[in-house]
Design a protein around this ligand. Structure first.
Ligand code: SF4
Length: 285
């Protein structure tokens, strides 16, 4: 199929090269196939409509639920601690201001000693889409915002490709972005299980307050925290998971994509799956 100029611009923004078919006058059989390394996957051909457009379509007329690609087999997770806030935790009843204040002053694990500041999260308080990353890096620690720098720019391009943004907007367009861990581990080392466990009530409460229609989990530690499994991203992606009743789509972290450029096409597939699930959520609401 032909790509519109806008679609091509968005795919280029994600770093995906676009194969442009020859003019119709050329005999098709003489047309060499596009090189596998640069062609978007078959699933990526149909670009999902932007989120706002999807909502308008659903409100205008009944939408039959799309056939999802999901979930051929149930997840068989290896046992990993599922971090659910304790019922007696005061975090579980906090409103936004109290939660923000609690995170800013938290000393529940040793990461409080090395952080510059906590990284609470940004976005719409009732966003339809919630993006969950891993832990703050150096720039996030310095600026107090998740997903900044090159990885953040790539995330912004990915969001833009499906009509979403971190900038001010309606709940249907503006996402909420949070990390699993609110403080930067020294030298960007991997988070420790105890740190993840102690920080988990904050993310859980953010999800409860936002009540997203869909969560996009980016990276291994976000997935571990939300799904309680240590299976690889590669094994978990392409299926619809659940966290506290919210559909979860897993994909690679943008920082990983910057090192593994060939995986960008898979993340585009994951975004298409996420949009399909989101459409179904809206249609069934
Ligand atoms: Fe508190 Fe989480 Fe920071 Fe640890 S990482 S000090 S639990 S906010």
């Amino acid at each position: 199929m032909a790509w519109s100029e806008r679609q091509q611009a968005m795919l280029r923004g994600m770093g995906l090269k676009v194969w442009v078919p020859p003019p119709a006058a050329e005999p098709l059989l003489d047309t060499p196939p596009p090189p596998a390394a640069v062609a978007p996957p078959a699933q990526a051909i149909e670009r999902p409509a932007p989120a706002a457009q999807v909502q308008a379509q659903v409100q205008a007329a009944p939408v039959s639920a799309p056939a999802l690609a999901p979930v051929a087999r149930p997840a068989a997770p290896a046992p990993v601690a599922v971090h659910v806030p304790r019922s007696d935790s005061p975090v579980g009843s906090m409103d936004w201001p109290a939660l923000r204040e609690a995170v800013a002053g938290c000393t529940a694990c040793s990461l409080c000693e090395s952080r510059t500041q906590t990284v609470f999260g940004v976005g719409h308080a009732n966003a339809h889409w919630m993006i969950v990353g891993e832990a703050p890096g150096e720039q996030e620690d310095r600026l107090g915002e998740p997903f900044v720098g090159a990885a953040g720019q790539l995330l912004d391009q990915m969001l833009k490709a499906v009509g979403l943004t971190r900038q001010d907007g309606e709940a249907v367009q503006q996402v909420f972005i949070a990390n699993t861990l609110k403080c930067r581990p020294p030298r960007n080392r991997n988070p420790l299980p105890e740190e993840l466990a102690r920080c988990s009530p904050f993310l859980s409460r953010q999800i409860e307050l936002v009540q997203p229609k869909l969560i996009l989990a980016m990276g291994r530690f976000a997935i571990q925290q939300l799904l309680g499994t240590d299976e690889s991203v590669g094994k978990l992606r392409g299926r619809v998971h659940q966290h506290a009743g919210v559909p979860v789509i897993v994909t690679y972290h943008p920082a990983y994509l910057l090192r593994q450029l060939t995986e960008k096409a898979k993340t585009w597939e994951d975004l298409c799956l996420a949009m399909s699930v989101y459409r179904r959520q809206l249609a069934s609401a």
